[in-house]
Design a protein around this ligand. Structure first.
Ligand code: 2P0
Length: 320
């Protein structure tokens, strides 16, 4: 009754921002993401009749704040009548700082929980369960370029293109390590209720998805760069225009964007994307990785750069 799974975070190029159904955690829009190879979260789930309540350890420390969501995820995967669980999570990157740690954590928790309970679930079912816990987690059940389709009463995720077919690189510039001010679930609801740009954001998403999907299938870097930056800046415009405004950037985030603009002016194949946090992810062709990582590392205020390729799907690594 114990299993361990590894999942890698993913970053969206066409973003998920907004919920259609808060209770079932259904997204208001589809999204397209890339899963990252060098970052990972490993989660062990032990189901035991000897435990009187669920326990959660994150990076070696008891974590009460995430426990409710983790318990809810276990209830959905294993059933509410399940034994209590000891859940141990370890990530090799900063958590709750806009690096999609909830995506890898809930994807790994879902796979480990199913493994611990001896359930043999298909990937699409695991993705639905992970997505019910955290929308972006559904995409980490798939490797490479994944598209989350938002149709009807459920979500479906597909791999658009394997890692080997288009091995892009991502340079992550860490500009701050503290946890973010507003969690994504609350922030999306504030955007829906108050941002004057929210409805246009939702309306335009299918068009951006079509453009990005076509660019990925054609391996058209410039096409993907254009629509990805546009989609990212639109999402942040929705956030900035919300009340209260939600600004996840800091001054170093802006400097990194300028660095990317400068690299583009010099002919480098690179574009930026930024999520609900201050980190800048620069996506580039493999031959440009060195110059991109050097330029971002030398950007004043950048604390660290992480270079990563595109990664694999969430998977079970141990089961007893
Ligand atoms: C994304 N983000 O597509 C977008 C872009 C952040 C910005 O998905 O409420 O943790 O748990 O379903 O998945 C972050 O939100 O939100 C996110 P919940 P989640 O990657």
């Amino acid at each position: 009754m114990q299993a361990t799974a590894i999942a890698q975070p993913n970053i969206a190029l066409i973003k998920y921002w907004g919920k259609r159904d808060l209770g079932r955690n259904l997204p208001a829009v589809g999204s397209i993401s890339i899963t990252l190879s060098e970052l990972h979260t490993e989660v062990s789930v032990e189901l035991s009749a000897d435990l009187s309540s669920d326990e959660l350890l994150v990076n070696g420390e008891v974590n009460q704040s995430m426990l409710v969501r983790i318990s809810g995820c276990l209830d959905k995967v294993v059933g509410a009548e399940r034994s209590r669980a000891r859940v141990t999570s370890r990530s090799n990157f900063p958590i709750a700082a806009g690096l999609a740690s909830s995506a890898s954590a809930f994807a790994a928790t879902t796979v480990a929980a199913a493994g611990a309970a001896g359930l043999n679930l298909e990937t699409d079912e695991l993705a639905r369960l992970a997505g019910a816990a955290s929308g972006s987690a559904a995409r980490s059940l798939y490797g490479g370029f994944a598209e989350l389709k938002n149709s009807g009463d459920t979500i479906n995720v597909d791999t658009l293109c394997d890692v080997e077919a288009w091995p892009l690189q991502v340079v992550v510039a860490i500009t701050a390590t503290g946890p973010k001010a507003t969690g994504s679930t609350a922030a999306m609801e504030i955007s829906r209720e108050t941002s004057p740009f929210y409805d246009s954001w939702i309306e335009q998403q299918d068009h951006d998805l079509d453009v990005a999907r076509a660019a990925i299938l054609a391996r058209d870097f410039a096409g993907l760069a254009g629509v990805s930056e546009h989609n990212c800046l639109k999402m942040h415009s929705v956030m900035w225009a919300s009340r209260p405004p939600m600004v996840y950037w800091n001054s170093v985030t802006m400097r990194c964007m300028q660095t990317v603009r400068q690299l583009q002016a010099e002919g480098c194949n690179v574009f930026f994307t930024i999520d609900a946090g201050p980190q800048v992810k620069a996506v580039c062709l493999p031959e440009d990785t060195k110059v991109v990582s050097k330029a971002l590392a030398e950007t004043p205020g950048v604390m660290q750069v992480i270079i990563t390729g595109l990664g694999a799907a969430a998977r079970l690594v141990d089961q007893e």
